[in-house]
Design a protein around this ligand. Structure first.
Ligand code: GCB
Length: 600
């Protein structure tokens, strides 16, 4: 089909995985010598140990590592079982931020742009089963006008290169997610696409299985959560019907398993893959957001993949804990602000019935936030051949394609967010976003598409809202606008939301609102940065939301405190968390818990 295929590696009767997690050799290469000298050809010299997965930035007490700009080399040596000979072997990297090139032994096998989606390469010809093999990955963290997210590199008089960017989280880099070697048979299943619907109480599961190589037929079986077969079919594409289906629903992460089996003419199994399936529908109707035909109200947070020491490295410990906190506080959803999260996170959301707004890494496409570029007061045109251009748009388009290809089968994902707070006031924004919105819809006609609107654009100023299905708003009345004055915040917020509701017949989700809060700072009178101020500000917003029908969701900024680039607006990072970076609750957490856990 020419589309991207991103089936996750899995173990099974015909497949085997090997995680390459652990300590790799690591070396920074600010001068870019390694590419010229061919560092992949031999054991990496002058290397230190680096854990994978993790960001490399905070592992050492060393500003040169933390603030490094340029290439960083990772290398490991791996032996895989001799029985892998004859199988197709694939190297897969779940994320390398922001781009990478990979070699197996002396051969370059892959290059990929984009820090939060996977890439892989067939390495059958280059990997010697049973012998020692070198796997080398060079990761580059530079952000430019062509990358998503964008950025620019400044040179200091002493020749140092400094990375600047237009988004509010630290530019962590490295191998953030697992790296795998895995096998498939030569003829194998390359992709599966599932769509779901209902006819009364019957679930209708549409499927398409793509495969490569010689195979005679495809057999499909659908199992319920107890392992009982509930439907079966033959053929690479078709429809399964499940009487008395158990729907996937918020709070009820019920999953079926669709097993696809490739068979040869003799009826032998060639390949087999199990795809989890949640049967649910998503629909925008007027100003309502419906899941399974029932109005849904989003309660939750914008999050980050962020923690002390490991940075953006995926960690099951933190993941399970974060989901436990979401449950404790009564949240039913989150947004993957501001990039696609690890697939482990979406799997977990699927299994636990947590609803996800899935976002690309297109953040910071606005050069006029915060008083112009880097608070210089200088007004710049966001969209121009020298800034956000057709080249940026091309990278952005690819980011959307990879997001949808990777996440299309997750029932938890109910909405695509293709950008956070881009410039949507300049008329060029329309030309920029029209093809992007169209491509997202073409790739996935089953989910609504949105972008996140920043506080600078009122409904009559925004150039792009009508291109999208849902209005997502980030608002900071009482914080960036009128800090300390919650009375004005309440009136201004309500007036603006009413304006949105009148001008667009679409559901509105407030995807950001909040206040920086230094834990332990208390006050009897409204004082920004105190725990009371954060709690009071949220109460004000909630009163307003409850008065406006079109508001169908509240996602607070932010779940937990997180690291940012240094700046006078930040105290060792962004402190808008309801939890600290160590996941301790601030005062507002208890207010939220009583609001969100009370019966609807
Ligand atoms: C925003 C951005 C988010 C920032 C937040 C803030 O509008 O979307 O990335 O962290 O504001 O705290 O300033």
């Amino acid at each position: 089909t020419g589309e991207l295929t991103m089936l996750r590696p899995q173990d099974g009767p015909t497949r085997e995985r090997r995680s390459l997690g652990g300590l790799w050799k690591f070396r920074l290469d600010a001068e870019g010598a390694g590419r010229a000298e061919g560092w992949w050809r031999s054991p990496l010299a002058a290397a230190v140990d680096m854990p994978v997965p993790a960001s490399y930035n905070d592992i050492f007490p060393d500003a040169a590592v933390r603030d490094h700009v340029g290439d960083a080399w990772y290398q490991t040596s791996v032996r895989v079982p001799a029985r892998w000979a004859g199988e197709r072997v694939v190297l897969r990297c779940d994320a390398a931020t922001h781009r990478a090139t990979a070699w197996v032994n002396d051969t370059k096998v892959a290059a990929h742009e984009g820090g939060y989606t996977p890439f892989e390469a067939d390495v059958t010809e280059h990997l010697r089963p049973g012998a020692d093999n070198r796997v080398t990955i060079v990761v580059n963290n530079e952000l430019t006008w062509e990358s998503i997210p964008p950025g620019r590199i400044e040179e200091r008089p002493d020749g140092r290169r400094v990375q600047r960017y237009f988004h509010d989280f630290f530019n962590y880099a490295g191998l953030h997610r697992p790296v795998w070697l895995y096998t498939t048979p030569t003829a194998h299943i390359s992709d599966i696409t599932v769509t779901t619907a209902f006819e009364d109480t019957t679930g209708v599961v549409g499927y398409q299985v793509d495969s490569t190589g010689e195979a005679d037929s495809v057999r499909i079986a659908l199992f319920d959560a107890s392992g009982a077969e509930v439907a079966a079919a033959t053929g690479a594409a078709g429809t399964l019907r499940v009487p008395d289906v158990h729907p996937w629903a918020p709070g009820d992460g019920y999953l079926y398993a669709l097993e696809a089996t490739l068979l040869n003419t003799a009826g032998d199994v060639i390949d087999s893959y199990r795809q989890p399936v949640g049967v649910r529908t998503v629909e925008v109707r007027g100003n309502q957001f419906l899941i399974n035909g029932t109005p849904f109200y989003f309660k939750g947070f914008g999050k980050h993949e962020d923690a002390a020491i490991r940075g953006k490295g995926h960690d099951d410990v933190l993941m399970v804990h974060d989901f436990a906190l979401l449950d404790w506080i009564g949240a039913n959803s989150f947004r993957t602000s501001h990039y696609p999260y690890a697939e482990e996170v979406l799997d977990y959301a699927d299994r636990h019935g947590v609803v996800v707004i899935d976002e690309t890494a297109a953040v910071g496409l606005n050069l006029n936030i915060g008083g112009g570029i880097f608070n210089s007061g200088e007004r710049v045109s966001t969209f121009s051949p020298d800034t956000i251009s057709e080249d940026t748009q091309r990278t952005h388009l690819q980011a959307i394609r990879e997001l949808v290809a990777r996440d299309k089968n997750h029932p938890s994902v109910v909405l695509w967010s293709i950008a956070n707070e881009p410039d949507h006031v300049q008329p060029e924004a329309r030309d920029y976003f029209t093809p992007l919105a169209a491509e997202a819809r073409r790739l996935d006609p089953t989910r609504p598409v949105a972008y996140v609107n920043a506080l600078l654009a009122r409904p009559d100023q925004c150039q792009v809202t009508d291109l999208f299905d849902v209005v997502l708003l980030n608002r900071y009345y009482g914080w960036y606008v009128g800090p300390g004055d919650l009375e004005t915040a309440e009136t201004a917020l309500e007036a603006e939301l009413r304006q949105w509701a009148e001008q667009h017949d679409k559901p509105i989700v407030i995807t950001e609102y909040g206040a920086d809060t230094y834990p332990g700072l208390r006050s009897t009178v409204p004082t920004p940065w105190t725990e009371e101020y954060q709690a009071d500000l949220l109460d004000v917003y909630h009163r307003v939301f409850d008065r406006i029908d079109a508001v169908v969701g509240e996602q607070i900024w932010h779940f937990a405190d997180f690291a940012t680039a240094p700046g006078v607006f930040r105290v060792d990072g962004n402190k808008k968390g309801i939890f600290t970076r160590e996941r301790r609750p601030k005062t507002a957490a208890f207010n939220l818990r009583s609001r969100w856990r009370k019966a609807d």
